[in-house]
Design a protein around this ligand. Structure first.
Ligand code: SF4
Length: 209
C-alpha cells in the first residue's frame, strides 16, 4: 500500500498523542475515535500555493462545508507536507495567512476572519491623532506630491571632489525604496528604473514583506 507523506504524518501524530496519554493510565480508545471523527467531519483539505512570494510554498487549506459542499468556514491554513518545495513548513508570513486574508461569510458578506484588518487606505494628517479613510486616487496623488516635494527639495546635482573639480551626481538622499517578495521580475525592473530616474540611491528589498 502506498502511504503519502501527509497520511504518514497524520497516523504518526495521532499514534504519538494516544500513546502519551495511555502511558498515564487512561483508556483513550473511545476519546481517540471521537476526536478522529471530529477532525475529519465536513473538512475538506485543499492543496494550494501561497500567493505571497516567488518561493511557491505549498499550503493546505481546511474548510468546513455543508452537506452540499458549500463553503461554511475556514478552519486552518498550514504548510503542505507533500509539497517538495517547503515540505510542510511556511515562513512567518505564510503561517499567518489565516489572519491576514479577509474571509467573508458568503451569506451575509460580513468579514469573519480578522475584521480588524485594514482594507482601505488610511491617512493621518500631520499633528492629528486620527486616521481617516481615503480613496486610492487621493492617496496616490498625495504620495506623488510628497515624492516630488522631497525629491526637488533634496536633489543634489553636483558634488565637489577632493581635487576641487565638480562631478555631476544627480541624486537625492532623502528618499529610499524598499521592495518585497510580492514583486515579480518585471515589477522590480520598473521600480528600480523609476527610482533611478528620480535619483534615489538607497534601494533595498526584504523577502518577508
Ligand atoms: S511567503 Fe513564505 S510561505 Fe509564502 S511562498 Fe513565500 S516563503 Fe513560502
Amino acid at each position: 500500500m502506498k502511504v503519502t507523506r501527509r497520511q504518514f504524518l497524520k497516523v504518526t501524530g495521532a499514534t504519538a498523542a494516544a500513546m502519551a496519554v495511555t502511558d498515564l493510565g487512561f483508556d483513550m480508545s473511545a476519546t481517540a475515535s471521537a476526536v478522529k471523527e471530529l477532525r475529519i467531519k465536513n473538512v475538506t483539505p485543499t492543496p494550494t500555493i501561497c500567493p505571497y512570494c516567488a518561493s511557491g510554498c505549498g499550503l493546505v487549506i481546511y474548510a468546513q462545508r455543508d452537506s452540499a459542499g458549500k463553503f461554511e468556514k475556514l478552519l486552518s491554513v498550514h504548510g503542505d507536507p507533500d509539497n517538495p518545495i517547503n515540505q510542510g513548513c511556511a515562513c512567518s508570513k505564510g503561517a499567518a495567512m489565516f489572519n491576514l486574508r479577509e474571509i467573508y461569510d458568503p451569506e451575509t458578506g460580513e468579514q469573519v476572519i480578522n475584521p480588524k484588518r485594514v482594507q482601505k487606505p488610511m491617512y493621518r494628517a500631520p499633528g492629528s491623532d486620527k486616521w481617516v479613510e481615503k480613496d486610492w486616487n487621493w492617496m496616490l496623488d498625495r504620495i506623488a506630491e510628497k515624492i516630488k516635494e522631497t525629491r526637488d527639495g533634496s536633489f543634489i546635482h553636483q558634488e565637489k571632489l577632493e581635487d576641487g573639480n565638480n562631478i555631476i551626481v544627480n541624486r537625492t538622499e532623502k528618499i529610499a525604496s524598499i521592495g518585497g517578495s510580492g514583486l515579480d521580475n518585471e515589477e522590480c525592473y520598473l521600480l528600480s528604473k523609476m527610482m533611478r530616474s528620480l535619483g534615489v540611491v538607497y534601494l533595498e528589498t526584504q523577502a518577508r514583506i
